[in-house]
Design a protein around this ligand. Structure first.
Ligand code: UT7
Length: 348
């Protein structure tokens, strides 16, 4: 069985920078509140018409493939993680395949929100291990800005999220104790509605707490009236404090699980790259695990929370900044909507 390694990594963030102060033009919030509660200073928002989740993914993928020395023709499988796809269906995987002129390879879409990239990486890792594929493109990309509400009623959600994309090319390696050592995936759906976007969805009428617009109709129901739309029924919902409380338990748990599986301790971690949910969450986890500042990488200050894209963007920036050397032990960890949580331990 082969181990898999990250052969190339790339990222893309849109040019438009929105500082916290810029957001005060749209809603009642302040730079002070956002910095204190989240650590975020600014985020990028995609061009409203020119950029999509797929176009950003293409840019990140090009960089990752160039660094891996591969061309689109070499890619034999795509795993695409996003919660903000270009279309409700089909998923972004096929759009990426088309945009990059790839062969008719398989394209799998992963919907695990903030844990999406680690889930995607784990899926790709299994395909490499079995020898089925040799060059897998794993992508996390999000265009949150298109579905966010920039009014005060949604400020707890809309000040946090940003747009961007990250990608890696996964290949087999012959080296022992190298590449992805293990991945760990978890879920608990009992609180699925605490961080969710209910519409469009087959169960939306229940969660939107309103009858279908045409109650006598036996079929159909994927409609919102103008009033329902106006009232914010199609917007993302988050019970922030509840998510926070769960996150600070599950992040350390899944990191410890990865270390224990490999017979390693916290001291062995050269770099922890946590999903960039909230700087306070990362700092809490760091403290709990007794990690030094040098052992943890955060860039939420610049990009906000980019959900499935946050880990590959952070990993890419850390690598570009020379913070990851060959042989380093890198731990990826994520928690988010579902709830789902996951980790990956990598010998770089
Ligand atoms: O990545 C996926 C997973 N997501 C997360 O991990 C998010 C986890 N949760 C969080 O990061 C935090 O809960 C938030 C940053 C979302 C919110 O921070 P909080 O300290 O938990 O605030 P809160 O929701 O308890 O709200 C406290 C107060 C409220 O006002 P009152 O009721 O005390 O008067 C909110 O209305 O802060 C108010 N508030 C704001 N004020 C200014 C909420 N959002 C804002 C805002 N600006 N943007």
């Amino acid at each position: 069985m082969h181990q898999s390694k990250i052969a190339g990594i790339g990222m893309y963030v849109p040019n438009h920078v929105y500082t916290n102060s810029d957001l005060t033009r749209f809603m009642e919030t302040s730079d002070e509140w956002i910095r204190e509660r989240t650590g975020i200073q600014e985020r990028r928002f995609a061009d409203r018409y020119g950029e999509t989740t797929t176009t950003m993914a293409v840019e990140a993928a090009k960089a990752a493939m160039e660094r891996a020395g591969t061309t689109p023709q070499d890619i034999d499988f795509i795993v695409f993680a996003t919660l903000s796809p270009d279309y409700y269906f089909p998923g972004c995987g096929v759009l990426l395949q088309r945009e990059m002129g790839m062969r008719e390879v398989g394209a799998l879409d992963v919907r695990n929100q903030c844990s999406g990239f680690v889930y995607a990486l784990s899926v790709a890792d299994q395909f490499i291990k079995t020898g089925m594929y040799k060059n897998i493109l794993v992508v996390g990309s999000e265009k949150h800005s298109f579905a966010m509400d920039f009014e005060t009623r949604s400020r707890n959600v809309s000040v946090i999220f940003g747009d961007g994309a990250g990608a890696v090319v996964l290949q087999p390696t012959e080296e022992r104790d190298s590449g992805i050592l293990s991945t760990h995936l978890h879920s608990d759906g009992s609180d699925a509605e605490l961080l969710a976007m209910y519409y469009p969805g087959a169960h939306a009428n229940k969660w939107l707490d309103h009858p279908a617009p045409f109650p006598d109709q036996e079929l159909g129901g994927l409609f919102l009236t103008a009033e329902q739309l106006e009232s914010g029924a199609a917007l993302p919902y988050m019970d922030g404090p509840a998510v926070f409380k769960k996150a600070i338990v599950k992040f350390p748990e899944v990191i410890k699980e990865a270390l224990a599986t490999n017979g390693l301790s916290e001291k062995a971690i050269d770099l922890l790259v946590p999903h960039q949910a909230n700087l306070r969450i990362s700092q809490y986890v760091q403290k709990l695990l007794g990690l030094s500042d040098d052992q943890v990488f955060n860039n939420i200050q610049k990009y906000g929370n980019t959900t499935a894209a946050s880990i590959p963007i952070a990993l890419c920036e850390a690598w570009e900044a020379g913070k990851i050397e060959p042989g380093d032990l890198v731990c990826l960890a994520a928690f988010g909507s579902g709830f789902t949580w996951a980790s990956a331990l990598i010998r770089w």
